[in-house]
Design a protein around this ligand. Structure first.
Ligand code: UDP
Ligand code: MG
Length: 320
């Protein structure tokens, strides 16, 4: 080990799913960003069941550089789980979670580290601009983050992705949370500790395209809501209560009209409208309940979060 360096270790944890074109660039940018830091550095890649040659590329990096660890998962488990696998294996005094598509600029790492050394436990990188993403994604994520902020029990910072630094205390706390539907952005905040935010401009992907589609994003969004808020459930009861209330008084006016004013009630159309409307609300409410029950079901199965196929640890892995 380098004599001049302090004995502190920084783990860079990066999930990889079909990022073959980005990985070498990622590696060299991370190395040049961390080179001047007075720290040891390890890079932990988690291969999340990539179908391209990503695994060969990271294995090669790891062969040439014993600071690079590779955790090869048995299939694609999704980013949140892949991240957890990486964090489980990080030995650093602090870890940085960063995407391997270079959307999170590695050049920001020294700034994150600086705030850590200033005494913060968690340093979040908040994006003030997002490049190379469609306006629909920008708008929906704008609305979603604000919705989540107001609905959830914790203050999930607005416009903050997974890019952040955690010190050992915060990381150990986070690793105690073993829920299956892992909304990492929420879990990072749930653990608490002294948090600091720094701002950056989110880059466009270096190469390749995003792995998220409408459904997977919707799923993640729902995991976020259901893991940190039961307001949707309450909403179902509130809407049910209001509509029952409305129905009752509407019925009452019909009876009054019939008895005292001899008015016949007409309105087949309004009947159909009401039935379909309230039928819809009922199904929606059952659906919301179902989302929560499905998540309870998944938690009770008690399966491990992920399966590791192969693992090559870094030279620092046995440090204690
Ligand atoms: N990723 C992963 N497993 C997945 C999907 C994505 O490990 O199932 C990784 C991906 O390689 C990248 C990061 O998670 O490093 C972010 O993914 P992506 O760029 O597709 O998401 P976006 O930046 O568009 O939100
Ligand atoms: Mg990306």
């Amino acid at each position: 080990m380098n004599e001049e360096k302090q004995n502190k270790l920084l783990s860079i944890v990066s999930p990889v799913y079909n990022e073959v074109e980005n990985l070498d660039e990622f590696y060299s940018r991370v190395l040049s960003a961390t080179g001047d830091l007075n720290l040891e550095t390890e890079i932990i890649y988690i291969n999340d069941g990539s179908q391209d040659n990503s695994i060969q590329v990271i294995n090669k990096q790891s062969k040439n550089d014993d600071r690079v660890a590779v955790i090869d998962l048995s299939r694609n488990f999704g980013k949140e789980i892949a991240l957890t696998a990486g964090l489980d294996h990080a030995s650093g005094d602090a870890v940085i979670v960063i995407d391997s598509d270079l959307q999170d600029p590695p050049e920001l790492i020294p700034k994150l580290v600086e705030e850590w050394l200033n005494g913060y436990d968690v340093v979040n990188a908040k994006r003030i601009k997002r490049k190379g993403e469609g306006s629909l994604k920008k708008i929906t994520s704008y609305i979603y983050y604000r919705l989540l902020f107001y609905l959830s029990d914790i203050n999930i910072p607005i416009d903050t992705g997974d890019f952040r630094l955690l010190n050992r205390c915060a990381l150990d706390a986070l690793l105690k949370l073993r829920e299956k539907h892992r909304y990492m952005k929420g879990l990072f905040v749930w653990v608490g500790f002294k948090q600091k935010e720094i701002e950056y401009e989110r880059e466009a992907r270096y190469k390749g395209k995003t792995k998220w589609n409408f459904f997977s994003l919707f799923n993640l969004a729902f995991d976020g809501l259901t893991s940190f808020s039961i307001i949707p459930l309450r909403l179902a009861s509130i809407v049910g209560f209001l509509s029952a209330f409305f129905g009752f008084f509407y019925g009452l006016t019909i009876v009054v009209k019939r008895l005292f004013f001899q008015e016949q009630v007409v309105g087949f159309t309004s009947l159909v409208v009401l039935i379909t409307f309230f039928g819809g609300i009922q199904l929606l409410s059952i659906g919301i309940i179902g989302e929560y029950i499905g998540r309870i079901f998944n938690e009770t199965k008690n399966r491990p979060l992920y399966i590791v196929k192969n693992i090559k640890e870094s030279v620092f892995s046995n440090r204690s």
